[in-house]
Design a binder for this molecule. Structure first.
Ligand code: NDP
Length: 335
């Protein structure tokens, strides 16, 4: 039984030394428990926050503790009346081969899923984040201009496609030519711009002749700086994530732009609202219903990037924070 623990809290970007692969015995389930074999392991940007002990909305992973993660797992032994050997479940069993559960927090996966891995992406936490953040907080209306960064990622790819389904003009922002081409040709975005281009702010301005009505914030940093002057009167900004800052060890160097931000919020009547997906449980059923319809009718497309082997999770996670993933990042742990 292999497991990956947090070896040390990273200062800045995580490195190979942040993690440690350990071998332990396969745990034995007791009465009322079951043994889970991890099949797919989800890697998500929030895990960077859990590695740090700075105050956040969720407690940090302790040093020497197994890294937490959502997984798709198979029941391989069961002393629990609700589960039988062979059942597939969505679990939060972390970066390890096997884990014991008493059933709490498990969700059985059924045949309504096109692929079990979808439970970690389009039909899971990232999908729900895109759905509730865009529709409830962004409130896009037909004809409006919606901008989303990390546009080919787990969340952003769905934000843009849902906005298109609502009749919006959609501008994606992504890292590199290949991702931008995919956003337009496969996902159906109207335009997609490379945030690494030196004239990215000018390109964004030219792509949004009517300004921006909804900016779905996934990254922060230089992308937000380019967006801010283009926000329209009554624009909405669902603040979903700030991945450009996750490895930062201090506030960015000046000048202090807080006064500029506050003035723009006031004079343009902006609505900027942060959100955490788990605070909207009442919207989950509607999400499952609509998203599964969209997927089955081909209205929504979804790209997954599978990396083989639990031992490769640290490197893949480091890459996620650098934009090396192309689509929802998943570790294939076992068949
Ligand atoms: P992605 O699959 O989009 O992967 C992360 C992507 O972020 C990278 O591929 C890269 O894309 C982009 N990125 C990384 N660094 C930078 C940078 N400095 N500037 C611009 N872009 C960068 O991840 P997710 O879809 O899972 O997550 C997207 C965001 O949503 C994250 O901020 C995450 O924390 C947040 N989130 C929030 C939730 C909530 O409940 N509030 C729940 C789930 C996710 P590229 O190469 O295109 O630049």
């Amino acid at each position: 039984n292999r497991r990956i623990v947090l070896a040390a809290r990273p200062h800045g970007a995580p490195t190979a030394e942040t993690f440690r692969l350990e071998e332990t015995v396969i745990p034995t389930p007791a009465t009322g428990q079951l043994l889970l074999r991890t099949i797919h392991l989800s890697l998500d940007p929030y895990m960077r926050g859990r590695m740090s002990d700075a105050p956040s909305y969720a407690p940090p992973v302790a040093v020497n503790e197994v890294m937490g993660a959502g997984t798709v797992a198979r029941v391989v032994a069961s002393f629990h009346s609700d589960y039988k050997v062979g059942d597939l479940v969505l679990s939060y069993s972390g970066w390890q081969d096997y884990s014991v559960s008493d059933g709490s927090g498990l969700i059985k996966l059924d045949s309504s899923l096109i692929k079990p891995s979808h439970a970690l992406g389009v039909m899971g936490m990232p999908g729900f984040t895109a759905y509730v953040g865009l529709l409830d907080i962004g409130q896009p209306k037909a004809g409006e201009t919606v901008v989303v960064a990390a546009a080919t990622g787990a969340v952003g790819s769905l934000v843009g496609q849902i906005a298109k389904l609502k009749g919006c003009h959609v501008i994606g922002i992504a890292g590199g030519v290949e991702k931008c081409k995919y956003a337009v040709e496969e996902l159906g975005f109207d335009v997609c711009l490379d945030h690494r281009s030196s004239d990215f702010p000018q390109q964004l301005k030219a792509a949004c002749p009517k300004g921006i009505d909804v900016y779905f914030e996934n990254v922060g940093g230089a992308v937000f700086d380019a967006v801010l002057p283009l926000l329209n009167l009554f624009a909405r900004v669902p603040v979903c994530g700030l991945i450009a800052n996750y490895n930062a060890t201090e506030l960015p160097k000046g000048p202090d732009r807080l006064a500029l931000l506050a003035r723009t919020v006031l004079t343009r009547s902006l609505k900027i609202q942060g959100f955490i997906n788990s605070n909207y449980p009442e919207r989950h059923d509607a999400f499952l219903r609509e998203m599964s319809d969209w997927l089955k009718t081909g209205k929504i497309k979804y790209r997954e990037e599978f990396v083989e082997g639990l031992e490769n999770a640290p490197q893949a996670f480091i890459g996620l924070l650098e934009g090396k993933n192309f689509g929802k990042l998943i570790i294939d742990v076992a068949e």
